[in-house]
Write a protein that binds this ligand. Structure first.
Ligand code: NI
Length: 625
């Protein structure tokens, strides 16, 4: 296995970081680790071969209440930089999340509030220490807090989110692991049904479906480098971002042509639309407040993944900085995807069919009640597909049996789920045919009737160069069939055009949170679907590096206000995909996967269909393909 400067940190490297920080970091013994991850080398260092292994580290020290961050040179065993991130809050790590919930259950005020609801067995209560957000509440100012959401477990225990304890929210000081107050907005009866998700299996007509590849997979793997059907991809893991990619390129006429330097799902926020009680505080930034990488599932063959699978493990860490293996964190396999292209020549009767196959690389993150599958598809025609599959148990609330919710849907008697949105922000560090790119917006319109358009059928095509950041904050427009393309102005294809990749929107929506609301200010990125920025090493996360309890205004809105130039630059594209979710009774007690996706497609990147050379499948009948 070859190691590469972009490989994620190894078990030994994480342990080394832990030891050096404990020795030289000047922190108290109680300090915990938020992030130990690869500090990615600069592109020039990759080209010149001078990249040195380094780690980005972030810690929270409850003794001082300070968040520390820095970069550690692993070979030298020294900090390159190490300082307090003043006024910033580290993400809530998994152990802290659990400890915060347990702390709430020890508080006499919380125990009394449970007793008023007839709950005396605290072992049956689940308190989740949700990121508190920022709402300008004076007594929360400057503290490290979590806002608790509570459930009482049903008898079978298979669905811990079936019976919400409505209107009860302990406000937890995560620094001292104690409750600062209990928000109690009034008693609502507990939902009557235990909503078990494990039910008797009554379908007996399902025959086995086996995927076999008797000659093995068509991909090759060397460490984190993958080659498949002209694709060259580096698969990575980050404790915050989860699944990431580097150096995505396509081999064309013997030359690897770069497309993206780095691709990741950089942030997400799930604002809920119910203003009553404490429900307005449900606005999970799953990446920036928690980190999807630390919650990746260990996937299992035959259950999560079908066929001939290659798994990548992920090295995460616990809050003590101890390396923690996520076995089978990333799944890779090939899938048949129907017809790639087909033509039947009716004059000769000749039929030509090529079957499409795609390389699927995915991970699944379980964050409390919700489960997100992050899927990336690489196709033989140069298309890249990006998809989220959302499943798990909807975040429900209780209401008296017989009542209907004003801001959501009735899921079951006494159970409501509120309307909400899942807003994902993907970051693409582009490198279409080289490091310097430009961005164009393409729109279509019905041209006015007149001399040039006497039949009224003319479709106008407008292509606008997005020359700088301020003009590159754009939204989808169905009437204009709008899309964006990233081109390399320094290269021409066989037709004399600049090669490009276009971003084709799929499922999307507009946000309903008021831009002046607290969550609106903190998630400013969600107010445009498309953003472009020139590359900056410290601009990785669209709501800023530290969205936890942040007042807002950081990230994309702040960066793009500088209106930096975008022409023939190292362009970074940010795409915001908003899945609007009005729950249905069919989402209860567990939600079938819902899908949201978009694509990157080559546009003039190739001189013609790049998949003409795909072999025809062998016919299984008398006829030939
Ligand atoms: Ni949802």
């Amino acid at each position: 296995m070859t190691s590469h400067p972009l490989d994620p940190l190894t078990q030994d490297e994480i342990a080394r970081v832990r030891d050096i920080v404990r020795r030289d970091g000047g922190l108290s013994a109680a300090a915990w680790f938020e992030t130990i991850a690869l500090e990615e080398p600069a592109k020039q260092e990759l080209v010149s071969g001078t990249a040195r292994r380094a780690a980005f580290v972030c810690c929270y020290d409850p003794a001082s209440g300070e968040t520390w961050e820095g970069v550690l040179d692993l070979a030298a065993g020294q900090f390159r930089r190490w300082a307090v991130a003043r006024g910033m809050h580290a993400r809530i790590v998994a152990d802290e999340f659990a400890a915060g919930g347990e702390a709430a259950k020890r508080d006499p005020r919380f125990i009394a509030a449970c007793a008023r609801r007839g709950i005396t067995d605290l072992d049956s209560v689940l308190v989740e220490a949700w990121a508190a957000g920022y709402f300008g509440i004076p007594e929360e100012e400057g503290q490290r807090i979590a806002y608790g959401h509570c459930w009482v477990r049903n008898a079978s225990g298979d669905n811990p989110y079936a019976r919400p304890i409505a209107n009860l929210h302990p406000v937890i000081d995560l620094r001292r692991m104690e409750v600062i107050r209990v928000d109690d907005f009034g008693i609502v009866p507990l939902p009557p049904d235990s909503a078990d998700i494990i039910q008797p299996v009554t379908r007996t007509d399902l025959k086995p479906l086996e995927i076999t590849q008797p000659e093995g997979p068509s991909f090759t793997v060397d460490g984190h480098a993958v080659r498949w059907q002209n694709w060259h991809i580096r698969v990575g893991f980050h404790v915050r971002d989860g699944l990431i990619f580097h150096e995505i390129g396509y081999e064309d006429k013997g030359r690897i042509r770069p497309i993206m330097h780095r691709a990741s799902m950089a942030e997400m926020v799930v604002p809920y639309g119910d203003p009553t009680g404490g429900n307005y505080r449900r606005n999970a930034f799953d990446t920036g407040e928690y980190g999807v990488g630390q919650f990746l599932d260990s996937l299992t063959l035959g259950c999560d993944c079908l066929g001939l699978i290659h798994y990548f493990d992920g090295w995460s860490h616990d809050w003590q900085g101890n390396p923690k293996l996520i076995k089978n964190a990333i799944c890779m396999h090939e899938e048949d995807f129907g017809t790639l292209w087909k033509f039947t020549n009716w004059l000769t009767g000749q039929v030509t069919v090529k079957r499409s196959r795609r390389l699927v690389i995915s991970s699944v993150s379980t964050i409390g009640n919700y489960v997100y599958g992050f899927f990336w598809y690489f196709y033989q025609d140069g298309t890249i597909g990006v998809e989220v599959k959302a499943t798990g148990i909807p975040f429900a609330s209780a209401l008296p049996v017989g009542e209907k919710p004003a801001y959501g849907a009735l899921m079951a008697p006494g159970i409501a789920a509120h309307v909400h949105q899942h807003v994902f922000c993907y970051r693409f560090d582009m490198a279409v045919d080289g490091p310097r790119n430009s961005v164009k917006e393409v729109s279509f319109s019905a041209l006015p009737m007149g001399e040039a358009n006497p039949h009224g059928n003319a479709i106008g095509i407008s292509e606008t160069l997005l020359a700088s950041e301020a003009g590159a904050c754009r939204d989808i427009d169905l009437a204009a069939q709008r899309y964006w393309k990233v081109v390399n102005p320094n290269v021409v294809n066989a037709l004399g055009e600049h090669p490009g990749y276009k971003l084709v929107p799929g499922v999307n929506a507009f946000p309903y949170q008021h831009p002046d609301s607290h969550v609106g200010r903190r998630a400013g990125f969600m107010y445009h679907h498309f953003w472009a920025t020139p590359f900056a090493a410290d601009e990785l996360y669209p709501a800023g590096t530290y969205p936890n309890q942040h007042k807002g205004g950081d990230g994309l809105p702040a960066w793009t206000a500088r209106d930096r130039a975008l022409v023939n630059e190292n362009v970074v594209v940010w795409y915001v995909m908003n899945y609007h979710h009005m729950p249905r009774p069919e989402d209860w007690p567990v939600q079938p996967c819902v899908y949201a996706n978009f694509h990157w497609m080559p546009v003039g990147f190739f001189d013609a269909n790049p998949a003409l050379d795909v072999p025809s499948p062998k016919s299984k009948s008398s006829c030939c393909c």
